[in-house]
Design a protein around this ligand. Sequence first.
Ligand code: ADP
Length: 345
Amino acid sequence: MTTHIALDDLAVAALVVDREGRVQAANTVAAELVGAPAEGLVGTRLDDLLVPVGPDRAPGAEPGPGGSDVCLRCADGRDVPVSVDARSSAGDSAGAGTKVMVLRPLAVGGRSDAMAGPSGIEVISTVSHELRSPLTSVKGYTSLLLSRWDRLSDEQKKTMLEQVHHDADRVTRLVNELLDISRLETGHLQLRFQTVVLPVIASSVVEKVALEYPELECGLDFVEGFPSVLADPDKVEQVLTNLVENAAKYASLKGMTVSGTVSGDSVAVAVADTGEGIPVADLPHIFTKFYRRDQGRPSGSGLGLWISRGLVEAHGGRLDAHSVVGRGSVFRFTLPLDANGRTPS
Ligand code: ADP
């Protein structure tokens, strides 16, 4: 498979820089960020465009850890803190020694504006709570198994071990979510693009969620010959699992559908439930990191939708929700048919 990246297909600011450190090309997002036309950036020295900042984010001070904390000097003289992810653009038309640099604006304190969330204390408290309950259960069941092994029936032992297994999965999932957060925020998320057959992934996700929710009734509605896409199968599965699980957790186990449609140069997958729906006032917040409508049961971290949206956007797609109170919700994500300009050879 060969890959070709069309800069303008990227949803993030990107520059192609030659071995002399001059901008060879810039995409529309980068041009918008700088406030100058993309052609105007061609030939600019990278040193004039990216200025190092210190921990206090004052231009001209020492670079931050890893040298990646820099400011982008905008056309109007403002310095916008950005994170920089540089990759050599091996073997493409840009020429040898060129680099593709992806720039992401950071809020003061190091977080991207769009991803800014609650304070560190709130984060620690949510994460600790979410980790504590499965670990308490693991500790309780294993203590019981060890102290009463001879007195427990095989059936009881099996039930307890199943619970321990399930709780260990919960801990792993939360830790993976936290790792995803740091990768998404630092721009270090790596996507492993492969040909992905969405109806197959959807069906296996529904089967897996049904192991936890045996009552689940979920229809699949994909037309025959639904086109495959280039995407990271693990990440697509993660997004779909989150949406189907949420529907099972917060809506209704019956009347759910996962459907696929094709429109123009993208495909869309929708998870529709027939639950209570989400009030209009809450809807804009559900994609915010750590946001939970109801802090009580069922438990959750408030990270799933935020991460899912980040993963979909990293593919060049979108994830949105529509909901009608009393009728249900539809979570729909798109993926480019030709993800990020890559084409199978
Ligand atoms: P978590 O499930 O861990 O709380 P998410 O980010 O996946 O985190 O979801 C955020 C919030 O959005 C949930 O707490 C819930 O209130 C709401 N939500 C998500 N999906 C649905 C759904 N299908 N129906 C109703 N509410 C939902």
